[in-house]
Design a protein around this ligand. Structure first.
Ligand SMILES: *[C@@H]1O[C@H](CO)[C@@H](O)[C@H](O)[C@H]1NC(C)=O
Ligand SMILES: *[C@@H]1O[C@H](CO)[C@@H](O)[C@H](O)[C@H]1NC(C)=O
Ligand SMILES: *[C@@H]1O[C@H](CO)[C@@H](O)[C@H](O)[C@H]1NC(C)=O
Ligand SMILES: *[C@@H]1O[C@H](CO)[C@@H](O)[C@H](O)[C@H]1NC(C)=O
Ligand SMILES: *[C@@H]1O[C@H](CO)[C@@H](O)[C@H](O)[C@H]1NC(C)=O
Length: 414
């Protein structure tokens, strides 16, 4: 009896020890997984060598390596994440214009809000509004460009606004040409200046002629001056035709001409912008970003009534004249000031589902009835619903700040 019970005892002990052993082993495995992740993350963040701005756009943007693999935040895929919380609410953010607040205007589906961009080669930090404000403490951010940059400003203002008590926010958004959001506790301002050409569109001629002055930077430039972060874009307005064309004549070097090759005109304007930046921006103080073209989905890629992104496999149509894109790239190559290229064109091209379509001002149904038109003719396939795609552009803007500063260099260094 005694012997048996002793064997029992031992057997129990043995079992217990094995279970404990297994448990410890599991813990270790788990931990080493964590450690591996941690090492991976640190490697990512401490390397000033991450090519987060696309592949070799400019000598100014360092070609960067992580474990001999280039990490490009703009190469990746969209992942559907239905359980993820939105960072802000369409109904509660005061900055959203009618142009982009789709849920408020009757958009029935909401899957388009639930896609997350993931890079193939690295982990993009999640947007963290408080952290971004901390990084920007005492600084000015200006976004300059057309209504797509306003779309991006509205997104950034909402993202930051929702991270702080609303009593500490100050807002001024009376008109579409100038908007500002201030976080008082951080002394941060985020400003938008409408300037679709970056150069001057002179509409004050006595005879009403509108002159696009290719050799004069836009008049609002004196207010961009001194900002710590600048985000520019231009492009869409250069290719407007017919009644949408904003100018009657081009002006440069004291001359006025009616006709001019658009590439030549665009190149002149980019040169004017380049000179302004090189002459007015202190690279040790200011980070300059240029956002690439935001794609439209017209024609066969029509956006109306689309609730799913385009599949990766389907061919992509170019949404903007390649020669103009080439001029932008060539500009960065020449410049003294480092320019970070927010290369969002391709990742946005998949998001045919994310445009505001017919959900602006009136609810979609009212809009169609009121205009008595087919939806294909009134849908907005150029601007984007918010919350939505431009939040990702801003996440990448934020990520470039995080990855850059944790690399040891100053945000504006390189
Ligand atoms: C922008 O990103 C796309 C996708 O990763 C890439 O194919 C393209 O070459 C990039 N453009 C530039 C100018 O870096
Ligand atoms: C707030 O920031 C601005 C620059 O954006 C700076 O000129 C000003 O001195 C700052 N004010 C305080 C109280 O820190
Ligand atoms: C918009 O507001 C700003 C600041 O109040 C002002 O300078 C600008 O002239 C206004 N623009 C228009 C088009 O009303
Ligand atoms: C308007 O004035 C400009 C000079 O300011 C002139 O070049 C242009 O021909 C005039 N346009 C018309 C329609 O008279
Ligand atoms: C919109 O899409 C839904 C679902 O695919 C379809 O049933 C409906 O007919 C479409 N409406 C129009 C006007 O195309």
């Amino acid at each position: 009896m005694e012997a048996i019970s002793r064997i029992h005892e031992r057997w129990k002990l043995c079992t217990f020890a094995s279970i404990l052993g297994c448990f410890i082993l599991l813990m270790c495995l788990n931990r080493s997984h964590d450690v591996r992740n941690l090492v991976h993350t640190i490697a990512l963040q401490s390397s000033s060598d991450i090519d987060f701005l696309g592949s070799g756009i400019s000598e100014n943007v360092k070609p960067i390596h992580q474990r001999d693999v280039k990490c490009n935040m703009f190469k990746g895929r969209w992942v559907y994440k239905p359980m993820e919380n939105l960072l802000y609410d369409d109904f509660r953010c005061p900055f959203l214009s009618d142009q982009v607040s789709c849920q408020r205007h009757g958009r029935p589906d909401f899957q388009y809000e639930k896609w997350s961009w993931e890079a193939h080669e690295c982990e993009i930090p999640r947007f963290d509004g408080r952290d971004m404000l901390e990084r920007l403490r005492g600084k000015r951010v200006v976004l300059v460009g057309d209504s797509l940059n306003r779309n991006q400003w509205e997104s950034l203002a909402c993202l930051l606004y929702s991270a702080i008590p609303s009593s500490t926010a100050e807002v001024d958004f009376q008109n579409g040409s100038y908007k500002v959001f201030r976080a008082k506790d951080y002394n941060v301002s985020v400003e938008f200046y409408w300037s679709p050409f970056l150069v001057q569109l002179d509409t004050k001629q006595a005879n009403g002629t509108k002159i696009l002055r290719l050799d004069k930077i836009d008049a609002t430039a004196r207010r961009w001056h001194g900002a710590d972060v600048m985000v520019f874009n231009t492009g869409h307005w250069w290719v407007h035709r017919g009644k949408f064309r904003a100018w009657d004549m081009f002006g440069y070097e004291g001359k006025l001409v009616e006709e001019m090759n658009i590439e030549k005109a665009f190149a002149m304007a980019m040169k004017t912008w380049e000179n302004w930046v090189d002459d007015n921006v202190l690279p040790t103080k200011t980070s300059v970003y240029f956002r690439s073209i935001s794609p439209e989905h017209k024609g066969k890629d029509w956006c109306y009534n689309v609730t799913q992104p385009i599949e990766k496999e389907s061919p992509m149509v170019a949404s903007f004249p390649e020669p103009l894109m080439e001029i932008v790239r060539a500009t960065f190559h020449r410049m003294r000031t480092p320019v970070r290229y927010l290369n969002i064109t391709e990742l946005s091209r998949y998001r045919r589902d994310a445009h505001s379509t017919i959900y602006g001002t009136k609810t979609g149904k009212q809009l169609i009835e009121q205009k008595g038109k087919r939806p294909e003719h009134i849908a907005d396939c150029s601007h984007w619903c918010l919350p939505g795609l431009p939040d990702t552009w801003n996440r990448l803007l934020y990520a470039s700040m995080v990855l850059d500063t944790s690399g040891g260099g100053s945000a504006a260094g390189s």
